[in-house]
Design a protein around this ligand. Structure first.
Ligand SMILES: [Zn+2]
Length: 624
């Protein structure tokens, strides 16, 4: 078998050829050398009006060609063809792939695909080892994603959390420095670019950098260190200071010329230093109700100041001859559209709508009662939880900005821990994606834990495949996934996990709603019962080694034990027995920390423990 391409083909095409050859040689045993040839072609002429990833697969008896409208599309087509032949990429780890043995006659295929959306990607969160990140990058194009977002100037925060084993007293902390992150980042970027994926960078951190701090995390810093720069900080209650001691969360006085000039210089220098970056995110502080109260700032709104800042960055980038795309953020106070200021060159910018405070009990609401935008009250704003209110803000911005845009959403950052079956959150993701077009958005970037696969990676799988083809049938996708993971008994697993999903609550984990709730307590009790009842089925598969070897049943057993402990803690919390809730939570913590080494690819221990304390409000006895 031969995989051919043009001479001088890009590194992405070379990689696509290597991947296709590697998989097919494992899958088709009876092929002789020279008998079969597939040619990979990167040709934008084939889809002249198409900017979204598009490709054509034409394989006959003796081979054929795979053509894409860019080199990334050729790679996506290769993986799509493998999927067509029966490969299943079930988790961001090679170990969990299904690679079937097929007959040569089954290799024929003829079809065309066009991605439903331009932006399809994931942003790093949680705690991640070097291998976790590499595995995720490898997995992305296999399921159709095309963008990866490394937050801050380097993803130090996420790697450092893992190597210091934050929250896990049983794992020995390893030293990890910002310099380590710089060198690891080079590896990640090479792998991202090898696959032709779009690279997004930065985001929060600019405000801290403008105050003289190296800001690659949300770390607390001492305020004295750069005392001579306090005039750049927002003034709150008459005082200019770090907000909670955290530079990344501190706003600047955006009326201060020195602060603005420093900010703009930082962004322009970074753009110059990172020519491989496709999208540069320029955001402000990561906390709200901490805006500057000086006379000049009080006369305007944050969004008006933001637009002015973005225009200044645009002007300077133009002077430098840089066409870097800038992503700006609609989030917290920036949800309120600017009153008078407008972007001068919208073509440079991409709008990113981030409804961080939304509920995940339901999907986006588009119709129904028209909600209006509440009045902007400096440092006394409440963030919208209802979906219709969130949409009202987006519509407000869309009236004044007609450029490119995508949603930045959080189903797999926090909320997913509340869905014990992962079927509900997968369905919310599916349904949200169906509505993007109507919302006027051309894609979706998921801000999420990279290790979100307990009991399985269905939510991420549904996200990826639906973003590529929104016409994909939800039920078909779920069936494909479950039968891949659990074999012939997949329907019983789906019924079990669907029931767990029905009984659980994303909002409760996320801190929304009353902490004391008879309803939640009752549901948690039912969840424990449901888990106990499923033990028999799992044991049967273990004892008879029925599908046990591919790993998913074993993960399911681990998940079941974790959920039994977790639901006990939540039940006590919902009954108002906070001390008992804490003790039960500690038992769960003990269990997941002791087992972290083995099960780390599926559950981000750091993040679940942080979320249950900070948002769900499990408190230590002395805090009660
Ligand atoms: Zn000010």
């Amino acid at each position: 078998m031969k995989i051919s391409h043009e001479t001088g083909a890009s590194k992405t095409i070379l990689f696509a050829a290597e991947e296709l050859g590697g998989y097919l040689r494992r899958m088709v045993k009876e092929l002789q050398e020279g008998e079969f040839e597939i040619r990979l072609i990167d040709d934008s002429e084939v889809f002249p009006t198409e900017s979204n990833d598009s490709f054509r697969v034409q394989i006959g008896k003796n081979g054929g060609c795979i053509t894409g409208n860019n080199d990334r599309s050729v790679l996506l087509a290769v993986y799509d063809y493998l999927h067509y032949l029966g490969c299943r990429f079930l988790l961001p780890e090679k170990k969990y792939e299904i690679v079937p043995i097929i007959e040569k006659e089954k290799m024929e295929a003829s079809y065309e695909k066009r991605a439903s959306f331009y932006y399809r990607g994931v942003c790093i969160e949680g705690a991640d080892s070097f291998e976790n990140i590499m595995n995720y990058i490898e997995w992305m194009p296999k399921v159709g994603f095309n963008s990866f977002f490394l937050q801050f100037k380097s993803p130090y925060a996420f790697l450092e959390r893992w190597y210091s084993h934050l929250e896990n007293p049983y794992a020995e902390a390893e030293n990890y420095t910002p310099e380590d992150a710089q060198s690891d980042m080079k590896h990640f970027e090479r792998e991202i670019k090898k696959r032709g994926l779009m690279l997004h960078k930065a985001g929060h951190g600019w405000t801290g950098e403008a105050l003289g701090y190296q800001t690659v995390s949300w770390n607390v810093e001492s305020a004295e260190k750069n005392g001579q720069l306090t005039h750049r900080m927002a003034m709150l209650n008459g005082k200019r200071d770090l907000y909670g001691g955290v530079p990344a969360n501190t706003n600047l006085c955006y009326s201060n010329a020195d602060a603005i000039e420093t900010f703009v210089n930082l962004v322009v220098d970074y753009a110059k230093e990172n020519p491989d970056m496709d999208y540069l995110h320029v955001w402000l502080a990561d906390e709200y109700n901490n805006l500057c109260e000086c006379d000049d700032c009080s006369r305007t709104t944050l969004s008006d100041q933001y637009v002015e800042l973005l225009n200044e960055i645009d002007k300077r980038l133009t002077e430098e001859g840089l066409d870097t795309h800038i992503v700006f953020l609609l989030y917290q106070e920036l949800l309120w559209p600017p009153v008078v200021k407008r972007l001068h060159h919208p073509e440079r910018f991409v709008l990113m709508f981030a409804p961080i405070s939304r509920t995940f009990e339901k999907s986006y609401e588009l119709g129904g009662i028209k909600t209006s935008i509440p009045v902007f009250k400096r440092n006394h704003n409440t963030l919208p939880t209802s979906l219709s209110e969130n949409i009202a803000f987006l519509r407000g911005w869309q009236k004044i900005f007609k450029g490119e845009s995508f949603v930045y959403d959080y189903p797999l950052g926090r909320a997913h821990y509340g869905d014990f079956g992962y079927v509900h959150i997968a369905r919310v993701i599916y349904s949200d994606i169906q509505k993007l077009e109507q919302m006027g958005l051309n894609g979706y970037i998921s801000c999420q834990e990279l290790r979100a696969a307990l009991p399985n990676a269905l939510p991420n799988y549904v996200m990826a495949y639906t973003l590529f083809q929104k016409e994909t049938e939800e039920q078909e996708l779920i069936k494909e996934y479950f039968s891949g993971c659990y074999g012939e008994s997949w329907e019983s697993v789906l019924a079990y996990l669907t029931e767990l999903s029905r009984l659980s609550s994303c909002d409760y984990i996320n801190g929304k709603g009353e902490r004391c709730s008879q309803d939640i307590a009752g549901r948690m009790e039912s969840i424990s019962r449901c888990c106990l009842a499923f033990e028999e089925e799992i044991r049967k598969h273990r004892d008879e080694k029925d599908g046990w070897e591919n790993g998913f049943w074993e993960i399911l057993e681990y998940h079941r034990n974790y959920i039994i402990l977790f639901s006990k803690a939540l039940r006590e919390l919902a009954l108002g027995n906070e001390k008992q809730a804490y003790l039960n939570w500690k038992a769960m913590r003990e269990f997941i920390c002791r087992n972290e080494e083995k099960y780390q690819p599926f559950l981000d221990v750091y993040r679940i423990l942080e979320v249950t304390r900070k948002y769900t409000k499990i408190r230590e006895p002395q805090e009660i």
